[in-house]
Write a protein that binds this ligand. Structure first.
Ligand code: NAD
Ligand code: IPM
Ligand code: MN
Length: 353
């Protein structure tokens, strides 16, 4: 019997609603498979934990997670209790950086059964490879002076190493797909780091002769995602550009509530972490209507990462079937609850098994 050790951090807000539902789905998959189990260890780290302990996670928190095969996270953030910069740096970013999860992979595709807000979605299917450790999210800078002279500075940091590994990841991924990598840039002379980004892109491309490339300015690329997303395949983007592009990707799929993501540790030293694109959604918390598909599809990415790709495919097919049958939460035009959607996915999984 194979046993996967999963560290589970539901976190805040709807993270605590969609996570238990997703665990039910994973358990169903284990049952269907028959030869594997998921062993969960749940951690209560969240803004409420912060109020009690003064920290978002214990000092040895990373050590506690390090032994698991993967970290599965819901969402972090409850700005009414704890300022976002405290909760996010204290937990989410702490894990991404502490575990060297330098790549954030975020697919977006036209899903069967959901109406994209685009008139002509044309079966788009692309993946954003987001640099996940540096760039605009640097730790260099801070607030200085006071009064009229007060200012906030944050230097974007692009290292050759960090930029190259994100690009290489994108090119390797493109080999398994249609073979086009688009670089999200802003190299028209204004943002100084971007000509450097372009140079690294061109240098990396030389190692991948068969892969087509294009560079598009981030503003134009944002528009492109809305007007012609089917022309894109793998997109490589800096930390902030990738963050923004992937919310657009989620929106053209139909809702941020369905978009999945994976924070990948590429050197094999630490576990990778799987968390959906969406946040804790304070505006709908407690209503039982959070879309569980973002978390469940993120579970599929975790299964793929663990080498359980067949289960992952079965899961995504079942999700699409449920959507086609019209069982949907309100964010995608339905009236079903979080639990009803999950029940339906579980039912479909069992029927397909
Ligand atoms: P958000 O993603 O939480 O919400 C944006 C909008 O999308 C809201 O209207 C919300 O109701 C809706 N939405 C999100 N997920 C949904 C779902 N599963 N089903 C249905 N509707 C859904 O973004 P925000 O409002 O900018 O941030 C709220 C909090 O979450 C903040 O504290 C923010 O910092 C945090 N955040 C955390 C993460 C993370 O943990 N990975 C990501 C983004 C935001
Ligand atoms: C995301 C989120 C985070 C990010 C925030 C909450 C720090 O928006 O995962 O997309 O910007 O990386
Ligand atoms: Mn984001």
């Amino acid at each position: 019997m194979k046993k996967w050790e999963i560290s589970v951090i539901p976190g805040d807000g709807i993270g605590t609603e969609v996570m238990p539902e997703t665990i039910r789905v994973l358990d169903t998959l284990a049952e269907i498979h028959g030869g594997l189990t998921f062993n969960y260890k749940e951690y209560p780290w969240s803004c409420e934990y912060y109020l009690e302990h003064g920290v978002m996670m214990p000092e040895d928190g990373l050590k506690q997670l390090a032994q698991s095969d993967a970290v599965f996270l819901g969402a972090v953030g409850n700005p009414k209790l704890v300022p976002d910069h405290v909760s996010l740096w204290g937990l989410l970013v702490n894990i991404r950086r502490g575990f060297e999860q330098v790549i954030n992979v975020r697919p977006a595709k036209q899903m069967k059964g959901i109406a994209s807000p685009l008139v002509n979605p044309n079966e788009f299917d692309f993946i954003v490879v987001r640099e996940n450790s540096e760039g605009e999210y640097s730790e260099v800078g801070g607030r200085i002076h006071s009064g009229e002279d007060e200012m906030a500075i944050q230097n974007a940091v692009f290292t050759k190493k960090g930029t190259t590994r994100a690009m290489e990841y994108a090119f390797e991924l493109a080999k398994t797909r249609s073979g086009l990598v688009t670089s999200a840039t802003k190299s028209n002379g204004i943002v100084h780091s971007m000509p450097f980004w372009d140079e690294v892109f061109q240098e990396t491309a030389k190692q991948y002769g068969d892969i087509q490339t294009q560079s598009i300015h981030i503003d134009a690329l944002s528009a492109f995602l809305v007007s012609k997303p089917h022309m894109l395949d793998v997109i490589v983007a800096s930390n902030l550009f990738g963050d923004i592009l992937t919310d657009i990707g989620a929106a053209i799929m139909g809702s941020i509530g369905i978009a999945p993501a994976a924070n990948i540790n590429i050197n094999g030293k630490f576990p990778s972490m799987f968390e959906p694109v969406h946040g804790s959604a304070p505006d709908i918390v407690g209503k039982g209507i959070a879309n569980p598909i973002g978390q469940i599809w993120t579970g599929k990415m975790m299964l793929d990462h663990l080498g359980e790709g067949e289960l992952g495919t079965l899961l995504l097919d079942s999700i699409e079937e449920v959507l086609q049958n019209g069982v949907k939460t309100p964010d995608i035009g339905g009236t079903a609850s979080t639990i009803e959607v999950t029940n339906e996915i579980i039912k479909r999984l069992k029927l397909r098994a």
